[in-house]
Design a protein around this ligand. Structure first.
Ligand SMILES: *[C@@H]1O[C@H](CO)[C@@H](O)[C@H](O)[C@H]1NC(C)=O
Ligand SMILES: *[C@@H]1O[C@H](CO)[C@@H](O)[C@H](O)[C@H]1NC(C)=O
Length: 134
């Protein structure tokens, strides 16, 4: 099976990311995984650029594919990842992880990315799973 170069790029970014976050933390915490799935109508490729204070994650996600990364949320509740989603002539922004909303509430923070909204499915309390307009 051929592993695409995109997959390798995603994996290397994730690897660097995990290393950079583990470095400097003095105690292991539970890892959080954010998974974004491109559910925009095929054949639309989703381009994403997700940034936190210290990280920039970028990639192109083919239809139906997932993009994920792991991190350990900090103790002082400031962990935040904001994504810029773009495809065709569209540009949308969304905070896919913010400590206020998410810390302790999801450890598999899954988002389905659609053209007009995005929906969560990873909250421990199912009642928190919902869709947001951009
Ligand atoms: C991603 O966004 C950051 C912050 O806005 C920017 O500095 C960076 O150049 C962007 N990267 C890509 C590949 O668009
Ligand atoms: C989140 O997505 C991952 C990857 O598809 C999946 O393995 C996991 O079961 C999902 N978790 C939840 C809570 O939906």
């Amino acid at each position: 099976m051929k592993i695409s170069s995109k997959t390798l790029v995603v994996l290397s970014i994730m690897f660097c990311y995990v290393i950079s976050l583990c470095h400097g933390s003095f105690r292991p915490f539970t890892k959080t995984v954010v998974t974004l799935t491109n559910n925009i109508s095929p054949p639309t490729v989703l381009t994403l650029n997700c940034t936190s204070k210290s990280d920039v994650l970028t990639g192109n996600v083919p239809p139906g594919q997932k993009y994920l990364w792991k991190f350990i949320a900090n103790w002082w509740l400031t962990t935040k990842f904001t994504c810029r989603f773009s495809w065709a002539n569209q540009v949308k922004w969304f905070d896919v992880y913010t400590a206020d909303r998410d810390q302790g509430n999801c450890f598999e923070c899954n988002w389905s990315i659609m053209a007009d909204r995005l929906c969560s499915s990873g909250y421990l309390d199912q009642a928190n799973n919902r869709c947001y307009q951009y």
